[in-house]
Ligand binder design. Structure first.
Ligand SMILES: *Cc1c(COP(=O)(O)O)cnc(C)c1O
Length: 357
């Protein structure tokens, strides 16, 4: 039996979106390929509220994260981490020989604007990374406050990981002053895994020109220059199947459901899951900074999460255990992409039944 996924990626994909993945191939150097990629970029600009160029990469989101920190750090990167995915950005810098410092806070707490101000005021850094929505802890960072502080540092390239939030909550890239905003297909956008998408600002572009060794496949400058020259075609063969599905899905998101409606649906689902969590358990992260796309629940009853998931599996559902060091201490319910309130209600009543609530 197929288990409906309530894990924070990959997510449940609508059958009509999935069907687009099996459309016949087209030549990746054709006019149709150019038009397809241009349409995707235009709709991604709407989803991200940006005028910046959009870059697509046939890799998961981690590919563009690595590409961003490597391509755009000339001096030194400050990595602000609130969990596992923030830390990953530091490792990417380290293993690419990119100078970087890690500023990690206790899991469950947020990156504050003050902490960024303090670090950047040293003048040591020319790039920062911030996780918008930390999937390991359930924190959504206060990016509006951070944006205010970033106005003081126009020379710093601002990279943001929105892998588990883009498409599920409003992220106004230009208003927030983000230069490289990165996401993947398999989370709130609601596609199978396999592609990554980012915004790429003028500032990021000018910076990359000053960085001599940017790698090759994930060199954001060469991706940018290539698509300008070749009418949105990419240097290597992209996953056209993902592009067919992404094109279709973005049209649905932007023109059919509507961005505001989609974000509102996510907020409402989050509120229901949080209320359930507070009633029966506790919410793990700082309540001031809760994610709209997933809820991380403190396992205050010391339930056997694996056993719960096994029983849920028999009923056709799957949730997620805690991430890494939080494995049995928390469990996570994702409410993102095309998940509906009805799905959430079904899931929660199945859990209620199993746990005897
Ligand atoms: C899933 C996730 C990633 C990793 O993305 P991939 O597409 O799996 O490479 C990075 N950051 C966050 C916040 C995530 O949730």
């Amino acid at each position: 039996m197929h288990k409906k996924l309530f894990i924070p990626g990959p997510v449940e994909v609508r059958p009509d979106v999935l069907a687009k993945m099996s459309e016949p191939m087209i030549g990746h150097r054709s006019k149709d390929a150019s038009a397809l990629q241009r349409r995707i970029s235009d709709n991604m600009r709407k989803l991200f509220y940006t005028e910046s160029e959009i870059l697509l990469s046939t890799s998961s989101g981690s590919g563009l994260m690595e590409g961003a920190i490597r391509s755009c750090t000339a001096k030194k990167a400050a990595v602000f981490s609130v969990g596992a995915f923030g830390n990953r950005w530091y490792d990417m810098a380290k293993f690419n020989n990119v100078p970087a410092d890690l500023y990690e806070v206790e899991w469950g707490t947020a990156t504050t604007a003050e902490s960024i101000d303090k670090v950047l005021s040293t003048g040591e850094y020319d790039l920062i990374t911030v996780t918008h929505n930390e999937t390991s802890t359930g924190i959504m960072n206060p990016v509006e406050e951070i944006a205010e502080v970033m106005k003081k540092y126009p020379e710093v390239v601002y990279c943001m990981d929105t892998v588990s939030s883009a498409g599920g909550t409003k992220i106004e890239v230009d208003k927030l002053g983000v230069d490289i905003c990165i996401t993947s297909t398999q989370k709130a956008i609601g596609l199978p895994p396999g592609m990554a998408i980012c915004t790429f600002s003028e500032k990021a572009l000018e910076r990359a020109k000053k960085v001599p060794f940017r790698g090759l496949y994930l060199d954001l400058l060469s991706l940018y220059e290539y698509i300008q020259k070749k009418d949105y075609q990419y240097p290597s063969t992209p996953s056209l199947s993902h592009m067919f599905a992404l094109d279709y899905q973005l049209d649905r998101i932007v023109n059919e459901e509507g961005l505001e409606n989609r974000f509102e649906r996510h907020k409402k689902m989050a509120e229901v899951v949080r209320a359930w969590a507070r009633e029966h358990f506790e919410i793990f992260p700082d309540e001031r900074y809760l994610s709209n796309t997933l809820t991380n629940i403190k396992n205050t009853r010391n339930i056997d999460v694996a056993a719960l998931n096994k029983q849920l599996g028999e009923r056709g559902f799957q949730i997620s255990n805690g991430y890494g060091k939080l494995k049995d201490k928390t469990f996570r319910i994702a409410h993102m992409a095309d998940c509906q309130m009805k799905d959430i209600e079904e899931l929660l009543s199945a859990i209620d039944e199993i746990l005897g609530f």
